[in-house]
Ligand binder design. Structure first.
Ligand SMILES: [Zn+2]
Length: 308
């Protein structure tokens, strides 16, 4: 905020206050020699120059012979574009402004070294805060209802259901940005698997059908938080689950765009009911721009959430 306001000539220096019509003595409050413009206050005033020169930046503010603060910043920026350097530049500039205010309002004048020390520790605190926020990302808000993908993208929802002790069903449904079903599928498979393995197999099946149908800008959505998180972080464990996660990641690389998303079970009902339908169909089924009658109520329920 300080950078933005000072560059636009909007901070309350004496010169700016006079320009706004206030009757004030425009002389610098610290040296009393010159008009307190932004450039003078931040860069040219004797102690400000000392601060810049003794700081790690080693700036010689007196080398600039123009009269515009913004121009001075640009001339400084030309000599060094390093981001950490630039952060320190603004922390010091802000520190000089706070020092000036301390003097103006409570007649306390911070010593030069303190301004520099505070600016440096401000950057340290800022970097630390960024690290902490990347370690503890804000709690994820979990969607409970199905939402259509952005225009041009196909959302692929998948789910698995246990059919019997020795058979599982996989369901997959692909929808466009208005919620129209472009492909739906179900596949029955003999065997017994862990729940997370089943979920991953269901997604792999849905992804294969999606790719075979010619879609390559897709978002893969599951109601299995573990699967979502492993895909998102590309974590491959050394077990059956990891093998299938790896398959999905490999297949996803042949897409133009492939993202992953999570939805609660309540938002994954179409895929879930397709998985259960494997009871009826004993082999692989794929419906293009269609879906079996039995899942209609769930397709309509999804539509009603976002159309409303
Ligand atoms: Zn001065």
């Amino acid at each position: 905020m300080f950078a933005w306001r000072s560059i636009r000539g909007a901070i309350a220096t004496r010169e700016n206050l006079a320009r706004r019509g206030m009757e004030v003595d425009t002389r610098c409050l610290i040296c009393g020699d010159e008009i307190e413009s932004t450039l003078h206050m931040v860069a040219k005033c004797e102690e400000a120059r000392l601060i810049w020169y003794t700081s790690p930046l080693r700036l010689k503010a007196e080398n600039y012979d123009g009269s515009n603060f913004r121009e001075w910043c640009l001339s400084v920026h030309k000599t060094c574009k390093d981001l950490s350097w630039w952060s320190l530049f603004w922390s010091i500039a802000w520190g000089i402004w706070l020092r000036r205010n301390g003097w103006t309002f409570s007649k306390k004048l911070m010593v030069v070294q303190e301004v520099i020390g505070r600016a440096a520790s401000l950057i340290g605190e800022f970097n630390l805060a960024k690290e902490v926020s990347s370690i503890n990302p804000p709690a994820m808000v979990l969607d409970a209802t199905w939402k259509p993908p952005p225009l041009g993208m196909i959302k692929v929802n998948s789910d698995a259901a246990k059919i019997s002790n020795s058979a599982v069903g996989f369901g997959g449904v692909m929808c466009d940005n208005v919620g129209d079903v472009v492909v739906s599928t179900c596949l029955k498979m003999e065997g017994a698997f862990e729940v997370d393995v089943m979920e991953a197999m269901a997604m792999r099946h849905a992804l294969q059908i999606t790719l075979e149908s010619g879609f390559s800008t897709i978002c893969l959505e599951t109601d299995c938080l573990k699967l979502f998180s492993h895909l998102k972080k590309a974590t491959i464990t050394s077990n059956a689950f990891g093998v299938i996660v790896n398959d999905i990641l490999n297949l996803s690389r042949s897409c133009q765009v492939c993202s992953f998303s999570f939805v609660k079970r309540t938002g994954n009902q179409v895929a879930h009911s397709l998985a259960k339908l494997c009871n009826i169909y004993s082999d692989l089924r794929v419906w293009l721009e269609d879906y079996p009658y039995d899942v209609t109520q769930f397709v309509l329920a999804d539509l009603s959430h976002f159309v409303a």
